[in-house]
Ligand binder design. Structure first.
Ligand code: 13P
Length: 253
């Protein structure tokens, strides 16, 4: 079975102390992860060492960065490189979140560089894609998301593509309480798998985790995650409440 993932994206929320408490609660919830299940905590940069330390190499639990810069090193005040993340033992990074694309003008091309730098440093990217409401209303969502994939990922060798986790996050569903229907999520995930299959073959496409993000809640997680092509979620708001995130982890296949 494909890897099934519940990824918490804290964004710019929580103090260090609140974050510590939240991770403690999740770790003490008595969850037993199945072999294919993983839990990621995408936390702000300063909390990565704390997160790693708390998770303490517990199988299936990983600290994850929310971003990294698209250059190797140099005079880029305030930025964090993939190599720096590697040097503190980080194995996952969210890349291309729609908030970064919108507020920090990240392009598909910049994201291709970030992907390469992460892979060079042994970091698995959680690559975010997804369309705006405008694109969805014009019916062009499949084409739009396909281009995001093509321009940021399709230069990769099959061996490298295998390390990518895709997160489909329709922008109109993020933080709005308006979740994509299970059918909308499944349709897009199946389409993306087809796009991957066309370029890389069925076996590789079938092996890649594709997560759904956008107002995942306790009340909809189980249904969303039971869709054949939905391999878990990237969760914002609901991941800030330990009890909710715990239930969402329990909803994984
Ligand atoms: P919400 O779960 O708050 O809608 O956020 C989704 C998201 O952006 C996760 O990366």
């Amino acid at each position: 079975m494909r890897q099934q993932i519940a990824a918490a994206n804290w964004k710019m929320n929580l103090t260090l102390q609140q974050g510590e408490e939240l991770i403690d609660k999740v770790l003490n919830a008595g969850l037993t992860l199945k072999e294919q299940q993983s839990v990621l905590f995408a936390v702000p940069f300063p909390y990565l060492p704390m997160t790693r330390q708390k998770l303490g190499g517990k199988p299936g639990y990983f600290a994850c960065a929310q971003n990294c810069y698209d250059k190797k090193s140099g005079a880029y005040t305030g930025e964090v490189s993939a190599e720096m993340l590697k040097s503190i033992g980080i194995a996952y990074a969210v890349l291309g979140h729609s908030e970064r694309r919108e507020y920090f003008k990240e392009t598909n091309e910049m994201l291709a560089s970030k992907i390469d730098l992460c892979l060079e440093n042994g970091i698995r990217p959680v690559f975010c894609c997804g369309e705006s409401l405008h694109v969805r209303e014009s019916g062009n969502q499949n084409r739009f998301v396909e281009i995001q994939l093509r321009e940021s990922l399709f230069h990769l060798t099959p061996e490298d593509l295998k390390k990518i986790i895709i997160a489909y996050e329709p922008i109109w569903a993020i933080g709005t309480g308006k979740t994509a229907t299970t059918a909308q999520a499944q349709d897009m995930h199946a389409y993306l798998r087809l796009v991957l299959q066309d370029h890389y073959g069925k076996e590789l496409a079938d092996s890649m985790p594709i997560l759904y993000g956008g107002s995942v809640k306790v009340s909809n997680a189980h249904e969303l995650f039971s869709s054949p092509d939905v391999d878990g979620g990237l969760i914002g708001g609901a991941s800030l409440v330990a009890e909710d995130f715990i239930e969402i982890i329990r909803s994984l296949k």
